[in-house]
Design a protein around this ligand. Structure first.
Ligand code: NAG
Ligand code: NAG
Ligand code: NAG
Ligand code: NAG
Ligand code: NAG
Length: 571
């Protein structure tokens, strides 16, 4: 992965572009710049990340990729740190860690995208020809779908893109009754053995969210299918749908987007505009009926989510060179707009995650791509030890504001474990009621990240274990309530239940810490929580890391390894 793969024959593309819509437009007039590189943000930047993707300044939200070189296209407001009509900015990489900015890929070009270029996805057509479908905003401010191709296929950097004259290729009409304000974010297209392409576009009717399906023989003329691929009442607008196959036998390998057959299951993910959550279902795609049936349908509070923290508008792509499916997501700021203006930028992307179906078939597993480990410096380890209730274990010798840490716990003292109440159906609420300072039986135990020396500030990521009816219930929390002495950021506590047997399997946590982001992976990638935090004391070399146990019972740390992380080159 570390050598340039520009000359490799097997190319790939990925999709991803996110969007935002009218309800989040907060317009402010600031100074304007014509591109990310034309002016510099302020010099003092305690919250700028060291190895997470972000442009120099201004507001971003989505990503995409192609051709032995990874391409990331993202929506970008060239003029401000808040939402405004976006263009597609573009960066390239050979390792998904270090990025080189490229010229703006798609700006207003034709009427069908004159008022903005929102989210879209790339598809590689036969003959290795990338095609980009995305939502354009026309002068009537209607959402339409546009098609663009690279101007010069021999340019591995795909610097220039051309919108075809037939655009828009999908549009609201009186006949199709599509709401022109709720019609956006085409997926990567897939082709079935009948030779026709399919693509999904997010939509709603009333408050019924849906993924409309269009079919095409030539990728230019698209026909709306009679039925959406899937819809669900009471969920509101679906943004950034994503539909892809995963191998069903616990294989970590990714499947190409058009793969079908008895060996795959399908995943449908949508971004719920009303709650800003990325939820997904796993199910079966019947290619004869062209219909998708989830194993378990969407639910309001208990739907599966990629990330139970601050995370939205994600997309996957299939990396054919390494046979992985990779997930990228957008992490919004939790700070107030006035503070975003001071720092001069807003929004980052998560570390790309490999994603695959768990052997149980009931959930997906996510893990930071292996390439990120190239940034690790010499590890610091802690020996096996018992950590008694009410104690702290410092982890020294690392740059705790820019680090990667893995810890494994063993629990054996399970006497007098608190009973789990069946009314506790909302894990986020439970975590906010039982934060790090609320003593329990088994737990809270975990890590205090971005902690100040006197513990005035810290972001606590921890587990609690309860005795359920026939098994132990494991709760994972990311508690931001003491993350900063500044009272203005959103400090919502996040939580999720982890389906793991803590006695026999143990409990592990990996956390990527990067100044203002804490990305936590529990149980080898079963559950993920991402949080944005803005400490005022725990900054730079004044940030510390601790393992802690605030329960009454002891737990054992079987292994702790922590690495300082090098800075990635992200211009
Ligand atoms: C949309 O385009 C029209 C015509 O170019 C322009 O007058 C209007 O300000 C634009 N609206 C937005 C929301 O950008
Ligand atoms: C169309 O979508 C917009 C944006 O969500 C909404 O305000 C409007 O009520 C919808 N129109 C209809 C007819 O449902
Ligand atoms: C989900 O929420 C919608 C709207 O709030 C409601 O109509 C529906 O009954 C809820 N479904 C479940 C399963 O709770
Ligand atoms: C961004 O974060 C703010 C503050 O937490 C929140 O109010 C808003 O809903 C978020 N927007 C998205 C798109 O996640
Ligand atoms: C542990 O609990 C005590 C008592 O509730 C509290 O004062 C302390 O802040 C907690 N420690 C952490 C790390 O939250």
């Amino acid at each position: 992965m570390k050598s340039p793969r520009i000359t490799m024959a097997s190319l790939l593309i990925f999709s991803l572009l996110i969007e935002l819509q009218a309800s989040h437009h907060v317009h402010m007039n600031l100074e304007t710049t014509s591109s990310s590189s034309s002016s510099s943000p302020p010099a003092y930047q305690p919250y700028r990340t060291g190895y997470h993707f972000q442009p120099l300044k201004n507001w971003i939200n989505g990503p995409m990729l192609y051709k032995g070189i990874y391409h990331l296209f993202y929506q970008y407001n060239p003029h401000d740190v808040v939402w405004g009509p976006p263009v597609w900015a573009h960066s390239t990489s050979t390792d998904l860690v270090n990025w080189t900015p490229q010229p703006i890929a798609i700006g207003p070009q034709i009427l069908a995208n004159q008022n903005g270029s929102w989210s879209g996805s790339a598809t590689i057509l036969p003959g290795n020809k990338p095609a980009m479908l995305f939502t354009g905003i026309n002068p009537q401010n209607q959402q339409v779908q546009d098609l663009a191709f690279p101007k010069d296929l021999s340019d591995p950097y795909l610097k220039e893109w051309v919108l075809i004259p037939q655009n828009p290729v999908m549009a609201p009409t009186p006949e199709n009754h599509i709401n022109a304000s709720s019609f956006r974010d085409p997926t990567t297209a897939w082709r079935l053995p009948d030779g026709r392409w399919r693509v999904l576009v997010g939509n709603k009717r009333g408050r019924r969210g849906m993924a409309l399906m269009f079919r095409s023989k030539d990728f230019v003329h698209w026909v709306l299918a009679k039925h959406p691929l899937y819809s669900y009442h009471g969920t509101g607008m679906w943004e950034c749908p994503d539909f892809y196959p995963v191998y069903s036998k616990g294989s970590q390998a990714g499947a190409e987007t058009s793969a079908v057959g008895p060996f795959v299951k399908h995943v449908l993910k949508v971004s719920l505009d009303e709650t800003k959550r990325d939820i997904y279902t796993i199910g079966s795609y019947n290619i004869l009926r062209d219909a998708y049936t989830p194993d378990v349908g969407f639910q309001n509070d208990s739907s599966l989510r990629y990330d139970y923290g601050k995370y939205y508008a994600s997309k996957t792509f299939y990396d054919g060179a390494t046979k992985r499916r990779i997930l990228l997501g957008w992490v919004n700021e939790s700070s107030i707009v006035a503070d975003d203006k001071i720092k001069g930028w807003s929004g980052i992307h998560t570390i790309p995650r490999k994603i695959w179906l768990d052997a149980s078939g009931r959930q997906l597993i996510q893990w930071p791509i292996a390439e990120i480990e190239s940034l690790r410096r010499t590890p610091v380890t802690l020996p096996y030890q018992v950590i008694k209730g009410g104690s702290l274990v410092p982890v020294s010798g690392i740059t705790a504001a820019q680090a990667d840490v893995e810890i494994s716990f063993k629990v054996s003292d399970v006497k007098n474990v608190e009973k789990f109440e069946t009314s506790w159906t909302n894990p986020q609420l439970l975590c906010s009621q039982k934060g790090a300072s609320v003593k329990g039986g088994l737990g809270p135990f975990g890590l205090l990240t971005l902690a100040s020396k006197g513990l005035e500030e810290y972001t606590a990521v921890f587990f609690r274990i309860f005795k359920g009816y026939d098994k132990f219930v494991v709760l994972m929390c990311s508690d931001q309530s003491r993350s900063s002495l500044n009272s203005t950021p959103d400090k919502t506590t996040y939580g999720t239940f982890v389906h793991v047997d803590p006695i026999h399997e143990g409990l592990s946590l990996r956390i990527l810490i990067d100044h203002s982001v804490v990305e936590s992976f529990a149980a080898k990638g079963k559950n993920v929580i991402t949080a944005r935090v803005y400490p005022t004391l725990a900054i730079g070399d004044k940030a510390y890391l601790y393992a802690f146990n605030n329960g009454t019972r002891s737990v054992q740390i079987t292994r702790l390894t922590a690495w300082s992380m090098k800075k990635a080159n992200i211009a």
